[in-house]
Design a protein around this ligand. Sequence first.
Ligand code: IMP
Length: 434
Amino acid sequence: MPATCVVGLQWGDEAKGKIVDLLTERHDIVVRYQGGANAGHTVVTGGETYKLSLVPSGIFRPEVQCVLAGGVVLDPAALLEEIDALTARGIKVAENLMLSDRAHVIFPWHFEEDRLLDRQCTSGEAIGTTIRGIGPCYCDKVGRSLAVRLGDMYRASFRGQIEQIVEAKSRGLAGLGGTSDGVRIDADEIFQQYSEYARRLKPHVADTTAYLLDALEADRKVLFEGAQGTLLDVDHGTFPYVTSSNSSGVGVSSGSGVPGRYITRVIGVLKAYATRVGGGPFPTEQDNQIGQHIRDRGNEYGTVTRRPRRCGWFDAVAARYAARLSGVDVLAIMLLDVPSQLPELNICTAYELDGRRTTDFPGHVDDLRKVVPVYETLPGWQEEISDVRRMDDLPAGAKRYLDRISQLLDRPVEVVSVGPDRRQTIFATRVVTV
Ligand code: IMP
């Protein structure tokens, strides 16, 4: 049975959670395969707003199985907090949430390392991480010696593992400038605390790799939910201003253990404009009234950190690169209601780099910093469109804008979102499903 993947094509925050939420009713299983509590998903349903970081958006449908696969880095405290908050609001989180025994676990030292290392970024500008310990946890995963996987926490060796790691980490943190006030790295305390987390999480822990392969072989419908966005991919994004996982479509297989041949449909999610949070080049950034207009209307503040997001024009060069890299079949354009009322809209269709015009996305951030966007200007639309439910009822300016994006990215637009609610969604004639 084919599987579907929903992936962001910008620098994250493309409102993927809404698309995943809409698609879950046609799927049996929803899988997060990378990232951790750095992600923020907002789902509005039944007039209620839910903010999720780790739990997949499928949790709102009790019949859907949610999986955090082995490629995710897991902060048990953040996860339990999220589970408790959902439970308190009547959302059932029981056997419908499954956690991979191979997922790596985030510990207090990872937060400290994140804070200390971000300041020391050799590229000058800070990466501006979410300080959720994501990068340091992935470092330990690749380094192997100081890593703990969820499954390790249930073994007799766990205590000795913690003692050894705490000793090494205490030395390492001292070398980086020490821990901040109030953070104690005490092996016994951490062992007790994490044993309690392990006890509470135990009913959810499973071999999700085997589970997913069995499910696909049994023709069950699987939806992969990408976190962050393609341009933040550690291998293919705007390195080093990226996250530490494969947040593009290429990460699905390594993160979940599911071979690429099962993934037959990739939905690329884009905002109708561009945003970025944290450091790094952003060629179409509008640090002016236009950017502020977008920030105000789109409530462009980080779901996790509340940082104001940097806002700018739609960058078709970057988006086309992302769509190709992530193997996107169809596009979902989100927040089309936000740029309403602008007299005209710009789309970046090419870059000027060292006097040469190109539609290739540069591989080095120094080049991306230098590019000058080449803009095409389209007329805007003045109407509010949040009540529109059919493509044909969109103002001419909005239709033309969507058509141009579709043309530049060489992919059809299948879904358009005009507001946060499930009902504020326009589907093209084609059906978004597997
Ligand atoms: P980290 O993932 O916390 O290490 O942060 C690395 C970079 O990715 C920073 O620029 C963050 O702002 C950015 N980032 C991480 N997660 C998200 C997200 O979910 N949305 C948008 N940006 C993110």
